[in-house]
Design a protein around this ligand. Sequence first.
Ligand SMILES: [Zn+2]
Length: 445
Amino acid sequence: MLIALLLLTAPVDRDVLLELLSVNTVRGHEADALRPVLERFKAAGIPAQLLESEPGRGNLIARIKGTGARKPLLLLAHIDVVPVEGQKWNTPPFTPTEKDGYLYARGVTDDKAMASAIVDVALGLAGQTLSRDVIVALTSGEETGGFEGVQWLLKNHRDLIDAELALNEGGDVVVSDDLSRIEAVKLQVAEKTYQSFRLVVHGPGGHSSVPPMDRDPVLQLSRALVKLGAHRFPAHVLPEVRAELSQAARTEKPPLSAALANAVRTAPRVTPADEKVISSDRILNSRIRTTCVTTQLQAAPADNVLPTTAEAVVNCRILPDTTPQQVGDELRKVIGDPGVELSPLDVLGAGGEVPLTGAVPDAVHAAARKLWGDVPVFPSLQVGATDSRYLREAGILAYGVDTAPTSLEDTRRGFGAHGANERAPVKWLHPGTEFLREVVKELVK
Ligand SMILES: [Zn+2]
């Protein structure tokens, strides 16, 4: 009896996290990672199923029934992770390793800690009276556009995940650099739109021993890329960014702190002097403007052949008040060369935004106050893309939260999502789960 009780009350978030991290889910095998989770739901008497969009690409859906007084709440996390090739890891990326107070593994912050927190919180809801259904969706393929996961679910099983509200990755619980306390809670209410463009210059080709003297596609493309590299999209402060800059003004050092404080005062306008200072910090720069950067280059198939095409891919992260079309037009104008063809690659949905006030912001404020006192809580703009964009397009109010608190210093040093040696401070992982639990409690009251 005692053992049974202990098993029932022991937190499962850590066990689930270690299980999930031990399966390599780079572009596949999500179903393998999710099968033990499915068993946990079944053992707890919670209806759950594992749907495969393609072999191995699993999506786990579970539902804890409520009274139906309010429309459902969706808890979403993705199980796939980005590759580790070319990165210098000090621990095996798919063997979770605890060292010096940190848990190291690919996916620990993005997004398996969130998945394990969701499982823990959902299992804890079994048998309780809830004002709404709570739906769990642990999905595939987020890192490659959500085609095998959220997009597939919306298209083929919309009824299973239809909800009024959703909690997804994308927020940020910030720990002080010494890991002693929570410094801030950011609730993601908007994200930049992800749009890549392909640039192509055609050439006659031929033998590389007789290079053309008049025109060279590689040089023509290079000149265009140099122009794009020097171009700065106009800076302005959107409402969903203002609070974040205001908070940064308090924690950064001069002259950055003064420039940020001033930009908050003059918002949405940014003075040229403030812009210069803020733009010198690449994280803050990304908050105040659309950015584009060349990420891929390609020319001849062999070193002794003249290229018939020189190609580049430019990846843009677009502020929510701007369209990809507008950015494409601006890029063409900056290049000013009709010989450089510019066309958009896959359209992956607009970033979208949700209200800065309402049930979820209220719940996040209440949870943060209960757990961490008067810690600042504010809305934020995400510069990366998440599956929330598809949910928002489908009319579901998706907010980004965080269950793996990390420090700003760690993020700056590259220990965060997608980097080598991705890690999370161990002592804050369970409090992260408790934070999610409190937010959910507020929303199912
Ligand atoms: Zn993610």
